[in-house]
Design a protein around this ligand. Sequence first.
Ligand code: ADP
Ligand code: MG
Length: 584
Amino acid sequence: MPIRQLPSTLIDQIAAGEVVERPASVLKELVENALDAGAAVIEVDAEAGGTRLLRVRDDGAGIPADEIPLALSRHATSKISSLQELEQVASLGFRGEALPSIASVSRLSLISRTADAPHATLVRVEGGVRSEPEPAAHAGGTTIEVRDLFYNTPARRKFLRAERTEAGHLDTVLKRIALSRFGVAFRYRHDGRAVCDLRPALDRASQEARIAALVGEQFVEASLHLEREAAGMRLSGWIGLPTASRSQPDLQHMFVNGRMVKDRSLAHGVRLGYQDVLYHGRHPSFVLYLELDPARVDVNAHPAKHEVRFRDQRSVHDFVFRTVEAALASAGPDNAPAPLPARPMIGSTGGMGGSAGRLALGEASPAYATLSRAFQDTRAVPMPEAQAGEAPPLGYAIAQLHGVFVLAQAADGLVIVDMHAAHERITYEKLKRAHDAGGVGAQPLLVPVSVAVSEREADLVEGAQEQLAALGLQVERTAPERLRIREVPAVLRDADVEALLRDVLSDLMEHGVSQRLEAEVNEVLSTMACHGSVRANRKLTPPEMDALLREMEATERSGQCNHGRPTWVKLSLAELDGLFLRGR
Ligand code: ADP
Ligand code: MG
């Protein structure tokens, strides 16, 4: 065949292959256009999973009548005009491809009216052929109607799934977009039935109500709100408590400058923030908003713009990691993300940092033997004298149950503590602190281990030598493709050194920074903590139990054990009353 120029409709259809995968991708493009036009109210109607009809109506700026034909032609956009603008684009669209692509594979009609136009203008496109503009009735804003998607591309049509599946994809897109713009009202009907009607959510309570409506009430109830700004970046939103983790990464919503993205590095940063509070194989849930200068993000990395690239990926990753980690660390009793106020310490060991108390690693309390004889039972002990208002959040111990649980009376109910889990967390945090305070003791290897690597890996290690040394890992390059490990962190001296280095290397390759060592060290500490914590069936004295409660209050992340299971629960007086059908 001779070489020839493709007809313009075919070019659009080829472009549609990239942008328009299914009805949900059409919906995404149309709603994004409405948002870019500054709409305050967006109404969506779909029929048959969007295959028969998708209609998006907005009250945005509208398109001037004489520009409508342009809006429908390829590579025409009002959003950027130069490379420089592309590099700092703040709008969701900028490629000028969506409308012509959609129009080339559907029956499309567009009605639009700007604020100063005497009337609206209607244009239809079918099979790439555009009708003459004609006057029409419409309030300020735009309505785009897409019928019979893929009617002229049977091969594509075959790839569509059952209507129900396509409708599910529409829901997902709408959910994500509604999460991305709290200020915009969304109304969505499918086959004439109202699916959702969301009003603008401007304060936190109504934002949480919107999230509850979109992703579920359980998430909102078991989540923490966070907000932090540093180095020109701002991260805000909600993260699920570790105890509300999921078996699938299916509740993870990340928005970068209001754009929903799937970004491995960001997801990894969040995950890392959970590193010691999540049980292996569980996934955190989150709805997070990252904002930064658009010039620091390259959004032109994917035709459907699902992916972005950060110009300084490493600092973004670290910022996300540290913010999530700090928010989780401060989630103590009451899940208050604020540091706990000072409170009376009764029977206390003097808190963290203090001299090793009776709950220290593996140590048996001298008072234990005597007191445990006097306290063989689950009988209540007298309450320490404290005024009601002063009771610490976890209250005072009243009994130990079956050698496993500590029962405590708090100001507003009954607290039940899993003593092993709680102690394990406390010991672990203590070990970590000691470890941090003393630096990572490095242990020279008797016989340095030589490891064959690629040249690129060796380069990476060479560049990160100082950082690795600070973590206790001393590595040198002995040949272009060979590394030698001389020292490892003391706590890891029995670890498989080569495997450790390989894991560190893959972190370096992927994230430019290795949290791996830190994680490995913590893993060892966590194992030690488990061995060093009170076992089930050990009788604790009341002062020991109170000491445990006070330490929990003073310990970061004490709400979960190292595996993300809860360490305590509270039954409020109201809940207790409810159990006994007692009206208060
Ligand atoms: P892009 O969004 O990448 O610019 P599109 O093909 O999606 O490309 O849209 C082309 C142009 O049509 C946009 O740049 C915008 O000027 C205009 N447009 C599309 N939809 C709307 C809308 N709902 N309201 C106002 N203008 C719109
Ligand atoms: Mg667009």
